[in-house]
Design a protein around this ligand. Sequence first.
Ligand code: HEC
Length: 107
Amino acid sequence: MNLRALRIPLISTGTLCIFAFAGALTGLVASPAQADDDACTARSFKVKKVEDACKKGGRTAAKTVMKAAVKKAKANGEKVNCKTCHTDIKTTFALTDNAVDDLKRLL
Ligand code: HEC
C-alpha cells in the first residue's frame, strides 16, 4: 500500500523533468542561430526574398516575410491570409496556384 503511494509522486516528478528538458530543447530550436531544425522544406525557390529568409533563419524568418506580405495586402484592402497561398499551414506549406504571383506582387 505505502509503496504504491510513494511511487506515484516519484513518477510524476520524473515526467515533469522530461517535460522541462523538452521545453529547454524547444527553446533552443526556436532561436534563429539554431535554424537548422526549423529549416524550410523548399529546396528551390521562386521568390528571392523567401530564399534568403529561409537560408538565414529557416521557417521562422520565412514567416516574418509572409506576415509582412499579409500586412501589405491588408493595407491595400485585400483579403489575404496564410491560406490564400498555402493549402497547408502546419507541416508542408504546400502552395496554391496563385501563391508565387501573389507573393511577388506583395513584397
Ligand atoms: C501572397 C501569397 C502568400 C501568403 C499570403 C503567404 N505565403 Fe507563405 N509562401 C508563399 C510562397 C510563394 C512561398 C514559396 C516561395 C518560394 O518558393 O520562393 C511561401 C513559403 C512559405 C514558407 C516556407 C515553406 C518551406 O518550408 O519551404 C513558410 C513557412 C510560409 N510560407 C508561411 C506562411 C505563413 C505562416 C503565412 C501567413 C502569415 C504565409 N506563408 C502567407 C506565398 C504566401
